[in-house]
Design a protein around this ligand. Structure first.
Ligand code: SUD
Ligand code: ADP
Length: 296
């Protein structure tokens, strides 16, 4: 057995996020188009007497206790197989924390895959996807990456056809303190008491995934943006600044507050990022689509 196993998992953006009225269990039905970009967290697992998690990189705000989603993923996999084993989990953060880019979910997905390989469990997709869904709505997408349609509460993922190599450039500014995902959903319910039981399917976007980036930019949509902007009115200035600097379109990423600007090409993305750095500390550029933790 190798002394350690490392797996990378990507950040996600939602090219489309349609949100329905809350279900009886409190979760919201979603119709979302996930898109994985090449901002990664890297998870390294090794055998240990006790479970532990260490976080390096841009780690502020990430818990190192039992609430860490990667640790919960490791424990869930061991429990599923009835194993009395433990691991040390080291996370190198490259994904902005609490930014609506599903970094914690990426860590959980990468941990499932890393420990499955490290312990030679050969769990199979059905088990990994079921465990992932139990950990969080965004975790199954962390396994597959690329472009995928997310339904249910976001946990049912179906890979979408389209190019497999990175080609779309995005600029990703993180404007300060994170927003709580449940708080954004709650605000959405207050602002949209008439939300449909089922959000509409994003047929046009799914069709256009093969088309030029400008067509995709015109179809970007996020129902939660209204709630994120209500909680953080300053994000409207950020969206306007990115578009004024040359981005095709800017939207709030998932529950925010990170925003995503889709750009025509890499030089434009670099120019937009440079312009935003005058006002915002953390402005990253990234490219998608990329593979998820399963690497296929
Ligand atoms: C909004 C989205 C869009 O992709 O992502 P983020 O922008 O936060 O990354 C997701 O729905 C976030 O997914 P995730 O962060 O995995 O959510 P979970 O852990 O399953 O749930 C956290 C909380 O969010 C709310 N929640 C989540 C998913 C959903 N379909 N309806 C909800 O109402 C619930 O309040 C739930 O208790
Ligand atoms: N491994 C992890 N990485 C990041 N955050 C984590 C992790 N485990 C638990 N969390 C918690 O989840 C919250 C949401 O973080 P994150 O997944 O980065 O953002 P989002 O849900 O907005 O996409 C964080 O504020 C943090 O308290």
């Amino acid at each position: 057995m190798t002394p350690s196993t490392t797996v990378r998992a990507p950040a996600k953006i939602n090219l489309h996020l349609g949100v329905g009225a809350p279900r009886e269990d409190g979760f919201h039905p979603l119709m979302t188009v996930y898109h994985a970009v090449d901002l990664h967290d890297e998870v390294t697992v090794s055998d240990a007497e006790e479970w532990s998690v260490v976080v390096r990189g841009a780690a502020e705000g990430v818990p190192c206790d039992e609430t860490n989603l990667a640790l919960r993923a490791g424990r869930a996999l061991a429990a599923h197989h009835g194993l009395d084993r433990a691991a040390r989990i080291e996370i190198l953060k490259g994904i902005p924390v609490a930014g609506g880019m599903a970094g914690g979910s990426a860590d959980a997905a990468a941990t499932l895959v890393a420990l499955d390989r490290h312990w030679e469990l050969d769990s199979g997709d059905a088990v990994l996807f079921a465990l992932a869904a139990g950990l969080g709505s965004d975790v199954p997408f962390g396994l597959v990456g690329r472009n995928a349609l997310g339904t249910g509460r976001g946990e049912q993922v179906e890979q979408l056809p389209g190019v497999e190599s990175p080609r779309w450039w995005v600029v990703v500014p993180s404007p300060g303190e994170g927003l709580s995902t449940p708080a954004v959903y709650r605000r959405y319910d207050e602002l949209r008491p008439d939300a449909p039981a089922q959000p509409a399917a994003p047929y046009r976007l799914v069709e256009f995934l093969e088309d030029p980036v400008a067509e995709v930019a015109a179809l970007l949509h996020n129902d939660l943006q209204v709630a994120a902007l209500d909680l953080r009115p300053d994000l409207a200035d950020l969206l306007a600044a990115g578009e004024a600097a040359g981005a095709l379109r800017g939207i709030v990423s998932g529950s925010g507050p990170t925003c995503v600007f889709l750009c025509a090409d890499q030089p434009t993305a670099e120019r937009v990022a440079q312009a935003l750095r005058a006002s915002y500390d953390v402005v990253l550029t990234a490219c998608g689509p990329v593979r998820g933790a399963l690497g296929r």
